[in-house]
Design a protein around this ligand. Structure first.
Ligand code: HEM
Length: 503
């Protein structure tokens, strides 16, 4: 659900504005954690270099998961003088979800995206006025009513996917799952939010927007792991490419905005999504209480934010779900039986028939449990406080909540957390678990605004695919995870056959 509208004051502890914003820039852990020595770190720490033995610059998240298994529910890592605290124990993560003492921290990879996404919703600091302004203006764009308006456009894009998959099937060729899910989710957010058609399905290679986006995300991740002193040397070529990628992203969104302005903006009804989509809201809607509007520069940041945040993670979620479905015949059969029952003879579902796919939704949740495609989120202390009653933190100190590990904490998920089992999300099982142990969409006021959008889109598409195809996994494939701030199954392909029923 879109976050409810909150006043700016409600976004600070006990409803009062914090006297000054917390300090800007990177805050190393020793500045904010007075008893840091009590938090374990990897055993082979090197002077100056830190915990870099065995670290792989391409897989920082998977490295952290290995350390988490060794070091427990809270630990720290140091690299080249920068030290971070990681938290994943269910109790500690629940404590960090307390909005009166903690808030989103814009740090690490998220902060590295500031040059391109600025004070757009995802990368805005809590104290920046544009966060509340944009949140209040855009949240109604995710209401139930807005979502039912997006449904026919989502179906249009899904039809393009099935047309492509039909061709591959007829040719006896496997499909590139992450590649095609990325085409689908990019087209979906572009058309529903911005009335723009990238033409992804007409191309064999990814759209240059996607390549530029992957470039900036990977660059933002690499900047975390390259020592600051070596950055100019190591990243010189990458810096230049990143500048070119950012320029491309900016040019693309400027063209999308210019096209809408040329059409006459909101209410013109001439955009393919009709009037009242996200772009219309950005261009035309004033804040309901203050009458303020988003500035042209901020709109540019928001369009990039939504085009990127609105497709990359959903694409990964769909890809992981298809991987697990193709490997779990019983789960697949049960999910498909549900689709056949709920949708009946209709080729395509009505809006209300998507949320009724309760078991399929569990499949999606379980995939997001094992591989939350935004694998962590950072939280900072709003006040001097003590985490879990044990670890003192000064105001502004922060930690990264590792969702991949929180979602594997045996205290919440039992003895076999690695097993894929959608029934973990049966209502009785959910009720029996503590709160705040499933956080693929983050937490609190800064949690994902697009959650319902993503869930509707992904459930709809999985339903359509299960109804149409049998999925055949490549027996030689072992799940590999590609990291670029987000997670994606690397090299996942599937073979398809059309189901007799749908043929
Ligand atoms: C499965 C799909 C998705 C996942 C796993 C996901 C995950 C997340 C997470 C974890 C956050 C919080 C990050 C933090 O605390 O630093 C977030 C925020 C956000 N997401 Fe998503 N997201 C998904 C889909 C979407 C979609 C479809 C949209 C837009 C249509 C979207 C737009 C945003 C925005 C704008 C924010 C920033 C919200 C704010 O700070 O006010 N996301 N998302």
């Amino acid at each position: 659900m879109a976050q409810t509208t909150r006043s700016a004051a409600a976004n600070s502890p006990e409803g009062q504005r914090a006297p000054t914003p917390p300090p800007k820039g990177f805050r190393s852990a020793e500045l904010g954690w007075p008893e840091l020595h009590r938090i374990p770190h990897p055993p082979r720490r090197l002077p100056l270099l830190g915990d870099i033995l065995g670290a792989n610059v391409r897989t920082p998240l998977q490295d952290s998961m290995k350390m988490a298994h060794q070091l427990g529910p809270i630990f720290r890592r140091k690299a080249f003088g920068k030290e971070f605290v990681f938290v994943w124990g269910a109790d500690l993560a629940a404590d960090m979800a307390d909005e009166s003492r903690f808030a989103k921290h814009v740090g690490l990879g998220v902060a590295n995206l500031r040059p391109v996404a600025g004070d757009g919703l995802f990368t805005a600091y809590n104290h920046e006025p544009n966060w509340q302004l944009a949140h209040d203006i855009l949240a109604p764009g995710f209401s139930r009513e807005a979502m039912s308006g997006y449904h026919p456009l989502m179906l249009d894009v899904a039809r393009q996917l099935t047309a492509r998959w039909d061709e591959r099937e007829a040719a006896g060729r496997a499909v590139d799952v992450p590649g095609d899910m990325t085409k689908l989710t990019l087209e979906t957010i572009a058309r529903t939010g911005f009335g723009h058609d990238f033409g992804s399905f007409e191309r064999s290679a990814p759209h240059p927007f996607v390549s530029a986006m992957v470039g900036t995300l990977s660059y933002a991740q690499r900047r975390n792991v390259v020592p600051p002193l070596l950055t100019p040397l190591v990243l010189r070529g990458a810096d230049r490419r990143n500048d070119a990628d950012m320029a491309y992203l900016n040019r693309t969104v400027d063209a999308v905005i210019a096209a809408r302005r040329a059409e006459g903006g909101a209410g013109s009804g001439s955009g393919s999504s009709g009037s009242g989509d996200l772009l219309d809201r950005m261009l035309e809607v004033a804040h309901p209480e203050t009458g303020e509007r988003l500035t042209p520069e901020n709109i540019r940041r928001q369009v990039i934010t939504f085009l990127v945040a609105g497709h990359e993670t959903t694409s990964g979620a769909l890809s992981f779900a298809l991987h697990y479905l193709s490997r779990s015949p019983e789960v697949l059969a049960r999910a498909r039986a549900e689709v056949d029952e709920v949708w009946g003879a209709a080729e395509e579902p009505a809006y209300e028939q998507v949320a009724k796919l309760r078991y399929l939704r569990r499949v999606l949740d379980e995939s997001l449990r094992l591989w939350p495609t935004a694998p962590g989120f950072a939280r900072e202390a709003r006040v001097d406080t003590t985490l879990g009653g044990e670890h003192p933190m000064r105001r502004g100190a922060w930690a990264l909540v590792l969702a991949t590990m929180l979602h594997r904490d045996p205290a919440a998920w039992g003895e076999h957390p690695e097993e894929f089992d959608p029934d973990r999300f049966a209502p009785s099982a959910v009720r029996a678990r503590p709160a705040h142990v499933f956080k693929p969409f983050g937490t609190g006021a800064r949690a994902c605004i697009g959650r319902q959008f993503a869930l509707h889109e992904a459930t709809l598409v999985l339903g359509l695919l299960l109804r149409r195809y049998d999925l055949h996994a490549d027996p030689g494939y072992r799940l590999r995870i590609a990291e670029r701030l987000t997670l994606m199954p690397d090299g996942l392909t599937l073979r398809l056959t059309r189901r007799a029923r749908a043929a």
